[in-house]
Design a protein around this ligand. Sequence first.
Ligand code: FES
Ligand SMILES: [Fe+2]
Length: 442
Amino acid sequence: MSGFYRADAARLAALVQPDRVHRDVYIDEEVFDLEMERLWARSWLYVGHASQVPAAGDYLTTTLAGQPVFLMRQPGGELGVFFNRCAHKGAQLLLDERGNAGKLLRCPYHAWNYKLDGSLLSLPLKNDYEGSGVWESPAGKGLAKPGGVREYRGLVFARLSPDGPAFEDYFAGVLEILDLIADRSPSGELEVVGPPLRSEMSCNWKMYLENVNDSVHPISTHESAAHAAKTVGDGLSGAEQEMAMEQLLPFGAGYSFYTKMGARVTAHGHSIHGTKFSLHSGYAAIPGYQDMLREAHGEARAHEVLSFSPQNTVLYPSLALKASPALLRVLQPLAAGRTRLEVWALAPRGAPEALRRQAVNYTRLVFSPTSIVAHDDIRLFESVQRSLHAGGNEWISLHRGYRGEAEPALPHEVEDGNDELLMRNQFRAWRDALAQPAPEVV
Ligand code: FES
Ligand SMILES: [Fe+2]
C-alpha cells in the first residue's frame, strides 16, 4: 500500500500517541523509508572516531541511514566525510573497512582519480568528453559530501542533509557528557580500542534505543545472567575475576535501585539515564588515577568527572554511550525489521591501563553475541518484532509514569529512572521529525 503514510500526514502523526505507539512504527517499510528521509537525514549521526584515522589518507567506511560513506583524514589534518560513490557510474571507491588511500583515490571500475578532498583529479580518455557537458553535470563535480560534518572531543558526526538543526542546538544538554567522558583522560583524548563487536538483529532500530532506556527489563530479562555471573567468575582468577564480578553482579539490581537512579531528557530525543548513580557507580577506585586527573584538570573537575557514571546516554538516533566503562553503541538501520549494531570500546589516553581493560572486558562480557547478557535482549527484540504482526492489539504501551500531563518543556529532569518518559521523549522527537517534509539531501 505505497503512499499510505507518505500521502497522509495526519495518519502518520497518529502513530505516536502520548501514552502508546502503533506497531507500524516498527514493522512498516514505508514508515521506515520516511524515517530515514525525514529523521535520519536531518539528524547528526555518529560516523567514527578521530583516533581511527590519525594520518593523512587514513579512512574508514560505514553507512549513515543506509548510505555508504567514508571518513578520511585530509592532508591538512582536518576530517572529511564523503559519500562512498564514484561520480562516474557509482562504484564504491573504498571497499575495505579501514585503510590508507595514499595520495589519491582511484575508482577501481574505470580509473577516475580523485584528490583526498574529493575533487576530480584526472580520468582516462579525457579528450573524449569534450563538448559532452560532463563538467557541468554532477559527474564532473567530484565526490558528493553530506550536508555537514563536526568533530567533538574526537567523535565525528555528520548530517546527510544541508538543512537541519545546528550541531550545538541538536545536542544541547548532552555535549557536556562527551566532555566528561573525554576528560577521563588526563590529556582530554580518547582512542578507540580494536575492532567493534557486530551483531545483526532481526528487529527495528528503535527497539534497541528504547531498551537502552529501559531499566525495568534487566531484573527479568537478565535474571539468568546474574546467576551465570558466578559460574563465569569461577572460571577466572585474580584481577580478571574481580573485574568480571564487578561488571556482571550489578545486573541483579532490583526495581527500587533504578527508581532512585534518576534521568534527564532533552530535545531531539536524547537522554541521560542514571543522573544520580548507576550500575557502574560501585566500581573500585583505580590507584593513582584520581591524583592523575587532579593534576591534569584541577580538583573540582577531577571530582566532577570521577563522580559521574550514568548508565547510558542516548544521542538519538544513532548512538548510545557509556562513560565508565567507556564504550559506544552505534546503530545502523537496514530495514524495518533489521538492524546492525556495532559496539566500540574506548580508552582514555594517558590514563591507567586498567581503564582500557575495563572497557574491553565490558564489551566482551556484556555485548558480545556469545556473552551471557547480549543475546538475552536480542532474543526478546526479535520475538517482539515477530509478534507485533499478531492480531488483537496494534499498540505498544508507554504508560509507565504517565499521568495525562502535557509533554514537559525540555530539558527535563526525570525523578524516577523507571519512567517510560525517556521512551516517550524519543517518540516525541521521532513524530516531530516525521511531520516535516524530507529535506533536500546534497
Ligand atoms: S564508476 Fe568509477 S570510474 Fe567508472
Ligand atoms: Fe538488556
